[in-house]
Design a protein around this ligand. Structure first.
Ligand SMILES: NC(=O)c1ccc[n+]([C@@H]2O[C@H](COP(=O)([O-])OP(=O)(O)OC[C@H]3O[C@@H](n4cnc5c(N)ncnc54)[C@H](O)[C@@H]3O)[C@@H](O)[C@H]2O)c1
Length: 266
């Protein structure tokens, strides 16, 4: 029988982890999934922001908790999955969103910078997915996994070789995982956002200043190339995540959804 639109997007009874869900894109995803009825475990390293996000969700009648978990750590990934199952009863949706995007000319990227970016952006995706998928397989109900890449995983940007390469890795890792997890009805897709206004991107202001470019100049040159002529809001990305978390996307796995306002077209 065909589901109604309301039924397709109803996440009641589903339970989700959102890594880096305290702020920015992850927070917007947590809000949308909670609005659709899912219970949310925010896994983040920023206690104040995580608590505020949980309060915002619960004050609107949603269900949320948070756990102090560093996305880099496989041990913390295990704790997040266990805490979710203990608190809510199952893990149905995993959003691997936590990520960093420091600026560095390629000639200055040392081992420490490279490893930090790869640990948070890519290693985290493997171990959260591995541990989350084992729980989904054990429960036998399938699941949805959404990984946050970037349009910069498809197209290079200067002074971000470590970032762009880590996000290209997220895209290929997702495709590999999608292939192997399909027999368990675990569907795993990637979102590749363009420029999104978040606390993280605003913090880049000081870094761009250090390179002799003001934030305003940087933003203007970005917007000049952008067909939709505006930056994305975190919710622009969260709506796509909601689609991927919902049963409206039941026949999609291993796909890359670019949410870039047309940037890559230009
Ligand atoms: N903002 C953009 O323009 C943009 C564009 C493309 C892709 N992305 C990707 O989207 C994701 C979110 O970006 P954002 O702009 O919302 O970031 P943000 O910096 O605004 O927020 C990141 C959140 O992740 C948390 N976090 C950081 N390191 C963590 C760690 N080690 N473990 C757990 N939590 C951690 C932070 O505490 C914060 O709550 C990242 O993967 C980023 O690469 C962002």
């Amino acid at each position: 029988m065909t589901k109604t639109i309301a039924e397709l997007f109803d996440l009641s009874g589903k339970n989700a982890i959102v890594t880096g869900g305290a702020l920015g894109i992850g927070q917007a995803i947590a809000f949308r999934l909670a609005e659709a009825g899912a219970s949310i475990m925010i896994a983040d390293i920023n206690p104040d922001a995580a608590k505020q996000t949980v309060e915002q969700i619960t004050s609107q009648g949603g269900s949320a908790q948070w756990i102090h978990a560093d996305a880099r750590s496989a041990e913390d990934a295990k704790k997040s999955v266990e805490a979710t199952v203990e608190a809510f009863g199952s893990l149905d949706i995993l959003v691997n969103n936590a990520g960093i995007y420091p600026i560095s000319p390629v000639l200055d990227i040392g081992e420490e910078k490279w490893d930090r970016v790869f640990d948070i952006n890519l290693k985290s995706v493997l171990f959260h997915t591995q541990i989350g998928a084992k729980e989904m397989i054990r429960a036998g109900q399938g699941g949805k996994i959404i990984n946050m890449a970037s349009m910069e995983g498809l197209h290079p940007r200067e002074d971000m070789a470590h970032y762009t390469t880590s996000k290209a890795g997220v895209i290929m890792l997702t495709k590999s995982l999608a292939l192997e997890l399909a027999p368990h009805n675990i569907l795993i897709n990637v979102i590749a956002p363009g420029g999104v206004l978040t606390p993280g991107t605003m913090a880049l202001a000081s870094e761009t200043k250090a390179r002799g470019i003001t934030l305003k100049e940087g933003m203007e040159s970005f917007l000049a190339r952008l067909p939709l002529s505006r930056f994305a809001t975190p919710d622009d990305v969260a709506r796509v995540a909601l689609f991927l978390a919902s049963s409206a996307s039941e026949y999609m796995t291993g796909s890359v959804l670019v949410v870039d306002g047309g940037y890559l077209l230009s």
